[in-house]
Design a protein around this ligand. Structure first.
Ligand code: B12
Ligand SMILES: Nc1nc2c(ncn2[C@@H]2O[C@H](COP(=O)(O)OP(=O)(O)OP(=O)(O)O)[C@@H](O)[C@H]2O)c(=O)[nH]1
Ligand SMILES: [Mg+2]
Length: 383
């Protein structure tokens, strides 16, 4: 089976023209390409960091507001400086990039520039022909992030042939799940902000999932929602489920095992938006704490009865508490959890609000649980 091509797409800093790249992303994923979309208004540093962590074969940049000669060249130069010249660069910008500009850009190391009037089919063909082959043998990684990124690619591409990564975990692993659009990524990004502020030397990893069917492409869009996580102390990797139902990918377990012994303080895992029957962390045995993020608009209490994760989660979050139905949702979910007779916590949050007290409470709770499990494992080691 041919492995999906992974590429990163983005729009440069001070540029909000994302309509072209949104159209192109859709066309790419329809043709089997996995696109990690970083969003618009992105700096050279953010783009290169993301491309290295995601270990993509190429970066597609869509630029309309000028400065493209310098911007594309800076991306190429920074990739080279980081020992990641195997990640190629291409892009377009309609009529704002002239043929003369494109010639200069190519001399500076850009593979291709697409002009106004190019068909989407031609761009898809280019990506398949130019970036169809996996990275060949690469020179040794120049950073631990790059080494980790290469290893994750090996694991992902060998999924189905598990490598049996040793589960000798050093990090605390927190699993986030919940229905599509409930606010999982926004919430994780806010928790990351608190972690970075309180741990000046700490590092955190995020393994984030979006759905895909075997042999088809995927839009891996969680990075576009992240603001605080665009930081050198955050290692983020996006994965497509590649045909596996239930919210995770066939390679998740091994990737998670590797991340968990790499030396991060926390590893956070986000599932795809899940349905009523999903129990994504049951088989993994590697998650310390599970957080179920709910949207207040789930329907009626009858729907709540059917959601299996509400029996299993350690913490249930009613996000979007700014919405009108949130109060009712809190009461209904509280009643649902009482039937479980377990010590589950219920927290209301507004993840999209800065300094939200609910998110603070969630952060404190996660830190407290982590501290208890640290003490326990230290105790075990001593005895
Ligand atoms: C749509 C549009 C907008 C929309 C943007 C909506 C959105 N969310 O993207 C709105 C109205 C919001 C807008 C706003 C502005 N715009 Co405007 N906008 C355009 C417009 C009309 C079309 C661009 C477009 O999306 N084309 C559709 C794409 C699919 O086709 P294409 O451009 O021909 O691209 C082809 C290839 O290049 C390739 N391609 C493009 N990108 C990529 C990337 C990859 C990876 C690949 C493989 C291929 C590829 O795909 C296409 C295939 O045929 C252009 C004018 C024009 N006709 O180009 C101005 C234009 C880009 N805008 C312009 C300006 C100045 C602005 C504003 C500053 C206006 C203002 N004063 O407020 C703001 C800035 C917005 C911001 N925050 O950055 C100028 C830029 C001038 C310059 N650079 O010198 C232009 C050229 C208009 C003009 N002639 O003055 N704009
Ligand atoms: N009103 C409101 N909107 C929010 C809140 N938190 C997140 N959102 C919005 O909800 C939308 C989805 O947020 P995400 O964080 O991408 O949700 P998600 O659960 O990660 O989505 P998937 O990964 O696609 O399942 C975004 O437009 C957010 O801005 C909140 O507390 N209140
Ligand atoms: Mg998400």
């Amino acid at each position: 089976m041919t492995l999906p091509i992974r590429i990163l797409t983005a729009v440069p800093i001070c540029d909000g023209h994302d309509s072209a790249i949104n159209t192109i992303n859709l066309e790419f994923i329809r043709h089997g390409i996995e696109v990690i979309y970083l969003g618009y208004h992105r700096s050279v540093g953010d783009i290169v960091r993301a491309a290295i962590q995601e270990d993509v074969r190429a970066i597609g940049i869509s630029s309309y507001n000028g400065g493209h000669i310098e911007f594309f060249a800076e991306v190429v130069d920074l990739l080279r400086a980081k020992g990641a010249a195997d990640i190629r660069v291409f892009g377009g910008g309609g009529g704002t990039i002239t043929h003369d500009d494109a010639a200069v850009m190519k001399r500076k190391g850009v593979d291709e520039i697409f002009f106004a009037g190019t068909s989407l089919a031609d761009m898809v063909k280019f990506v398949h022909e130019r970036y169809g082959k996996p990275h060949g043998k690469r020179t040794g990684p120049t950073s631990t992030d790059q080494e980790l990124a290469h290893k994750l690619t090996e694991i992902e591409d060998a999924a189905g042939d598990p490598k049996k990564i040793r589960n000798s975990r050093r990090s605390r692993v927190i699993g986030f799940t919940g229905p599509g659009g409930a606010g999982k990524t926004t919430l994780i990004d806010e928790l990351v902000l608190r972690f970075l502020n309180q741990n000046p030397k700490g590092r955190i990893a995020i393994l984030s999932h979006d759905p895909s069917v075997v042999g088809e492409g995927a839009l891996l869009g969680d990075r576009a929602t992240m603001i605080n996580s665009q930081d050198d102390r955050v290692f983020m990797r996006s994965m497509a489920t590649r045909g596996q139902a239930g919210g995770l990918s066939p390679a998740t377990h091994d990737c998670l095992a590797l991340l968990a012994r790499w030396g991060f303080d926390y590893v956070i895992i986000e599932t795809v938006g899940t349905g009523q029957e999903a129990m994504p962390f049951q088989k993994n045995g590697i998650v310390d704490l599970t957080v179920m993020v709910m949207n207040p608009d789930y329907g009626s209490p009858l729907q709540l009865q059917k959601i299996v994760m509400l029996d299993l989660a350690d913490i249930v979050v009613v996000n979007k508490s700014d919405l009108q139905r949130a109060r009712t949702a809190h009461t209904e979910i509280e009643q649902r959890l009482e039937q479980n007779r377990r010590a589950q916590q219920l927290i209301d949050t507004v993840a999209k609000r800065h300094r939200d007290p609910g998110v603070n409470r969630l952060y404190d709770l996660i830190s407290a649980v982590a501290a208890v499990s640290d003490r326990r494992s230290k105790g075990k080691r001593r005895s």
